[in-house]
Design a protein around this ligand. Structure first.
Ligand code: USQ
Length: 406
């Protein structure tokens, strides 16, 4: 090899910050996160079995935006930015040996794990979807952990979890801490000893339950194998574009509006934009945590760059920026479109009619997150960007399709 070529390789190496696998990198969160990390000069490899696209086929649903194939997405990104993203079509819940080989071959510094079925309503639809959610999510998480051990590589695992593991205001008048609570336990002499444990799990759906089970896998593997693990307890995402997905129409993110995969604020904005009454379940007194899609990608970027040390307990962040109840969401939307109507529907879910929710997100704020807060300007931006997709709206998917009582 000539000195010139050596220099060339050296240059490439110092330009690449980290080698990152994004498992689930074709999905609603995974795609903008992959682009963000690629833009930040990381070498990004997407591992995805395209299950989200297949579930659209199964349900007959579609993204409101017309998303490109993963191949077109990656080609477009490279032609716009000169940055390459690799892609492997792999089911990590089933193809363990292939996953281990990929880890050995690429030696990623970081794995972002979004390879789970992520809709609470879908997970409650039937025995089939319950079993699929449990089989897929638990096997995916455990295979990734076991593959990291098997590969003998020092890999930081960043997992996309959910605020729903805490329940929503399950312990009234408390601030939800970031993952752990301080407790006192009586010892054999009857004295109270200080200790710290994972916040008790209060899952409200099968999907949320899989994330509470993930937490035990993480605790075990961090302690016994000293794997560096970060768990992000994310709130409800809203918004559509990031700076990267806006670069070309072929990079557009998916926007779900059906009652299984569409999150409430995105659904309400879309309903208002097309003169459909907002489908508020129950009284609208349910309070939830929210985060804009751009902030979600930024938080993952921060987490990637601030890993725990080997042997440290799992690092847990609350990945949310504000809490609101559903009636408040309707009020903000009405400010943008005063013609917005509301329909209070029978609640298909089993949840509190009203709750308070106070959450700490101090760690991300301390690490420099500057949140995008819900306001009329941002809602208007989403209105404008979805206005041209009227022909893709199927009214059949507006009303609840999954029921907690099944
Ligand atoms: N809701 C309505 N009308 C609708 C849809 C939802 O009133 O048309 C209500 C629900 O009853 C619920 C609230 O809005 O009280 C939130 O529902 P959602 O569908 O927006 O969110 P959820 O099912 O909780 O799940 C979403 C994501 C999931 C993520 C979770 C974060 O799909 O992946 O983990 O938000 S959290 O809610 O903080 O657990």
């Amino acid at each position: 090899m000539t000195p010139k070529i050596n220099f060339f390789y050296y240059k490439i190496n110092i330009m690449i910050k980290k080698k990152i696998f994004v498992i689930g990198g074709d999905g609603f969160c995974g795609w903008p996160i992959s682009l963000k990390l690629s833009k930040e000069d990381n070498e990004v490899t997407i591992l995805d079995n395209l299950s989200r696209r297949n579930i659209d086929n199964e349900l007959g649903t579609n993204s409101l935006t017309n998303i490109s194939t993963i191949e077109e997405r990656i080609e477009t990104w490279e032609s716009k930015t000169g940055k390459k993203i690799n892609f492997y079509n792999i089911n990590v819940a089933k193809e363990f040996d292939r996953l281990v080989n990929l880890l050995k071959e690429h030696s990623p510094d970081t794995i972002i794990h979004l390879g789970e079925q992520r809709a609470a309503p879908y997970s409650m639809k039937s025995s089939k979807t319950k079993r699929y959610t449990v089989d897929n999510n638990l096997n995916a998480t455990h295979n990734i952990l076991a593959a990291i051990v098997e590969s003998k590589k020092d890999i930081h695992l960043v997992h996309m979890g959910t605020m729903g593991v805490y329940g929503y205001g399950a312990v009234p008048d408390t601030i939800i801490p970031e993952g752990y609570i301080d407790i006192k336990m009586k010892n054999s002499s009857g004295d109270f000893m200080d200790t710290k444990i994972l916040h008790p799990a209060y899952p409200g759906s099968i999907y949320h339950m899989t994330k509470t089970q993930d937490a035990l896998f993480f605790q075990f593997y961090a302690k016994n194998y000293k794997i560096r693990i970060t768990d992000l307890h994310q709130g409800i995402i809203w918004g559509l574009h990031t700076d990267e997905t806006k670069l070309d129409e072929k990079l557009v993110n998916r926007f779900d509006y059906d009652s299984d995969y569409g999150t409430c604020l995105n659904r309400f904005i879309m309903q208002s934009a097309y003169d459909i009454p907002l489908t508020i379940y129950g009284t609208g007194g349910q309070t939830r945590a929210f985060i804009h899609i751009k902030d979600s990608a930024q938080c993952v970027n921060i987490a990637v760059n601030n890993p725990p040390s080997s042997g440290e307990p799992v690092k847990i962040f609350n990945q949310m920026t504000e809490t609101h109840n559903l009636l408040y969401l309707a009020d903000v939307i009405k400010k943008v479109n005063p013609d917005t109507k509301v329909e209070f529907c029978d609640n298909p879910r089993n949840e509190l009619v009203k709750n308070d929710l106070v959450v700490s997100n101090k760690q991300f704020l301390d690490l420099g997150l500057k949140p995008i807060y819900l306001d009329e300007e941002h809602i208007k931006e989403i209105f404008d960007s979805i206005k041209s997709n009227k022909n893709r709206v199927n009214m059949k998917f507006i009303k609840p399709m999954s029921f907690w009582k099944n």
